[in-house]
Design a binder for this molecule. Sequence first.
Ligand code: ZN
Ligand code: ZN
Length: 338
Amino acid sequence: VAMRVVELSQERGLVMVDRDVAELSDGQVRLDVAYCGVCGSDLHMRHTMPPGAVFGHEFSGTVSEVGADVSGWSKGDAVAVLPYTSCGTCGYCRSGNENQCVTGGHHGLVLGVQLQGGYADSVVVNPDSLYALSGSATLQRGALAEPVAVAVRAASAVADVDRSEPILVVGAGPIGLFTALALRAANHNSVVILERNAARAEVAGSLGFETVVGDDPAVGLRKLGIDQPPAVIECAGAGPAMNTAISLLRRQGRLVLIGLPMNRPEIDIESVILKEITASGTAGYSRDDFTRAVQLLADDIIPADGLITAVMSLDAATTAFEELTDPMTSHVKILLQP
Ligand SMILES: [Zn+2]
Ligand SMILES: [Zn+2]
């Protein structure tokens, strides 16, 4: 039996090809992919993944085949997929930080063992990667569980900041917007988003967030009555944005870094030291974070649909990449539908 996948070509383009479906082992489950999100990291990995790789780590689907040894899942079940595997026995796994497991693999990313991603008609996964969708968690929303889980973990990094204090999110791309929504879900009452792209700032505004646009964010913040925020979550992944975050923070403030820079930016470490800023990184999500993300979608606490700006067919992957590579894009999250 053949299926369609979008794979990276020798020339680093995206091409749709037919492939034989993988053999299903007794302990695995096959899914028909329903929706797969296009992520900023996919755009970057186009230049780093080996040809033949299949992207897609943000996908939902319905169970189409269940291995003989698998219980608890049956054909037709609607699921979100946690796209990595973890050993379950190392210190990281045992402390609930499976995202740091050193022996795992990843669907659609070069992290450990590379597994086929969701830019495809179907994917074979481990049953412990499946999270049942229910309530308001439609298959479309299920494809957003992964970026929402990233945001849940980022928001938990400022869990001890007083709920009445302002928190600044830098960048209104998908991760910035989901992080702002996860902060709101965690009862942080004053979340402000800093964004230079007016179209994306507008999306942030439509979700009910105060936004600061323009060249002098300190002035913009003061207009909102905020002198210096005690915490900034940096989601843009660019050196200048990180330095802006450092300069805006109050002394002894908290800097959470989530946007991954593509080069090694020059960071104002001197200010980090002199202002006694605590900086921390956050990467991916644990199984608990993913469970929480699916729950937030099911309970309609995170209104994720507003972030889906297009649903395109799988063979339009190239178009989706072109749209999202444009720095002035008005797209937030594009889903591919096989
Ligand atoms: Zn992603
Ligand atoms: Zn482990």
